[in-house]
Design a protein around this ligand. Sequence first.
Ligand SMILES: NC(=O)c1ccc[n+]([C@@H]2O[C@H](COP(=O)([O-])OP(=O)(O)OC[C@H]3O[C@@H](n4cnc5c(N)ncnc54)[C@H](O)[C@@H]3O)[C@@H](O)[C@H]2O)c1
Length: 438
Amino acid sequence: MSLQQNIKNPEGKLGILTPGMGAVSTTFMAGVIATNKGLGQPFGSISQMGRIRLGKRTENREPLVKDFVPLASLDDIVFGGWDIFEDNAYEAALHAGVLEKGLLDKVKDELSAITPMPAVFDPNYVKRLHGEYVKKASSKMDLAKAVMDDIDRFKTENSCSRMLMIWTASTEVYIESAAVHQTIENFEKGLLNNDPDISPSMIYAYAALKSGIPYINGAPNLTNDVPAIIQLANQLNIPIAGKDFKTGQTLMKTILAPGLKARLLGIDGWFSTNILGNRDGEVLDDAGSFKTKEVSKLSVLDSVLEPEKYPDLYKEMYHKVRINYYPPKGDDKESWDNIDIFGWLGYKMQIKINFLCKDSILAAPVVLDLALFMDLAQRAGMKGIQEWLSFYFKSPQTKEGLNPIHDIFLQKIKFENTLRHLMGEELITHLGLDYYEE
Ligand SMILES: NC(=O)c1ccc[n+]([C@@H]2O[C@H](COP(=O)([O-])OP(=O)(O)OC[C@H]3O[C@@H](n4cnc5c(N)ncnc54)[C@H](O)[C@@H]3O)[C@@H](O)[C@H]2O)c1
């Protein structure tokens, strides 16, 4: 039976709500509006430009992904968000300095109309920012209710048929899963008692799920990686996904490392350093927020290289990641990777990568794709952790006890096979022996 009959059509408006209206969020919003006006093309977005092979190679069927699966159309998206600063999306985009003023002025009316709602914010979780535009309430439960009211109001005012939330706010300080995160009951008690282990991002995630909308975690925050939020998503039949958009240096790592491993080239060390000067860089200059990011970035290589299975090649590898805040760079991040590798008989070689990248330009299509595919997942009745979207994340969320897949090519196969499965198409194994049968 074809599963596609069970996927609801994407009728009506899709509201995409972003806690955090900074560089990533406004670059995404401006890009979608610019694309709708024919001012640019959404390069980097699989949902808009990607193709997917179906059936045998000899069939030559390779439709656009958006013609294969029923995705919301870009004209049907409405944007909303929260921030601790009152700037509208046009002002915030100018401040972020990613897109040129000339382009922003062409979408000024649409961007200026996107004004943030007051944020749920706790300076203990993001130490470098001090914003005034924040909600005040006597308990964390009341803050969650205020976010639910915002979601409701936004839905009515913008006549949305569906909505979702995607975290594009600053990285919070590192915390570990505690007793309050273990069950829905503990978590709700914690909201009522203002438990300090409940972060603002968890309050947004709780509010999203209670409002029946998917939650996507674009930062390395713990947020939805705790049993209480996973249980809630499963109980309410809502998809969740995370975490930390895969862009920049980590994107390069997950492209390169699987190739080195495929050819069994050893690695002595991988030193990665970054300088960046945007607000994200400023927040990451704080040790607590950096620790959250560092854990997310470090996990990638071990999982791709599997040193426990290939001790002679990777056991001794020294992996170091540094991020330095350097204001003159603005959003133009510069990263250096020095990779010490070895081959046949242990002979040493080096690879140097100097990536002059624009983080938000790489992140914007990821935000768009995640939003559209999560909306698809919701309409297809998928609930809980959406591991098939790990293609887009630095630290893919998986079921407890299940090792995440970091190799971007395996992630892509998984992603495409999930789309084929959803649409009742044959999965592709790449075996191909049948082509040679006489
Ligand atoms: N740019 C990338 O390639 C990339 C990749 C992976 C992850 N990320 C993550 O995405 C997030 C956004 O990055 P950015 O470059 O847009 O940063 P940014 O500093 O430009 O924007 C973040 C915005 O969030 C706001 N904010 C902070 N706490 C908030 C809260 N509790 N509620 C609502 N708003 C809040 C800030 O005021 C700011 O406007 C960061 O966590 C970053 O680590 C970015």
